[in-house]
Design a protein around this ligand. Sequence first.
Ligand code: SAM
Length: 352
Amino acid sequence: MPRGLERLDRETLVGWLRETDPAELERLWSRADRVRAAHVGDAVHLRGLVEISNHCVRDCLYCGIRAHSPGLARYRMAAGEILECAREAKRLGYGTVVLQSGEDPGLTRAFVSGVIRAIKSETGLAVTLGLGERTDDELAAWKADGADRFLLRFETSDPALYRRIHPSLPGAPSDRVAQLRRMRAMGYEIGSGVMVGIPGQTWDILARDVETIRDLDSDMVGIGPFLPSPRAPLGGSGAGTLRAPADEQVPNDELTTLKVVALTRLACPEANLPSTTALATIDPASGRELGLTRGANVVMPNLTPSRYRVLYEIYPGKAGLHETADVGHAVLERRIAAIGRHAGTGPGARGR
Ligand code: SAM
């Protein structure tokens, strides 16, 4: 019996996630692409990504810039350097700059406030923050300074798996879904998301992830495959101890990631969905395009100066690692045009 695409309850989601029949999958891809075109149009919004610090106090088991990453040289960009990247974003016609970092207390409330104010007053760009778990006071102050959006993937909706891969800091239990809800109440557009194929992630957990994304009414959703980092426990033998039984363990592959992108588009028709760098890393030849034709409508070109970019090594072999902003931009424009789409202009807020 043909599987439905209207009512995505848990069982239907699991069925689609496990689907292997190419004809059935073709139905999923084309429905996701039609919903994308109808709700957010053909523009591909470009958001300039600046990785402003690789310092991190957390020890997430998946991440290459975790606190105990061995021998990683650390950097924190100066305010002037960050502003220079924002100018570059403006020059390239991007509507948004995304400031991302490890969880770095050295990026103080006052420092980030100053950076947000300078970017807003000089460039008028939309400012998206992705600075990890921060206090409500900091988040409210940055909103008042002009920050528009905050990206915080909840990584997995399963509490036990979350606790295992994302240890809390002493005295501060980690609850990313709660922070997302609080940020929404403060007026941020919120970006959530998950990694696909984390050791221990089952089909049922992944289906619940899509339900959580829908329940959060996320404005943006970042979905990428888990890519093992030799700098992190889950990149080595640590992965084996967490893996679910073979038939239950979600693979960290391109096809499964694309299914999650497509199902997320159906669950959240208006959301901004990036075709992520991790997808482009797992399939350099066509990962970006497959994401964009199966539900995604955003790309985040990397504007981080190359001397820092190589140190923001959350996983090895990141796509575009050695590209300059100009070359990366030209390549991207060509690739977007080749699939019959065009680069968006303006901030590209949700549903526009
Ligand atoms: N510190 C902030 C935070 O945790 O939200 C932002 C930076 S963090 C490096 C950004 C995202 O990278 C995480 O939310 C996670 O989903 C992703 N990431 C980290 N390690 C990864 C890996 N090994 N493979 C794929 N994605 C990874």
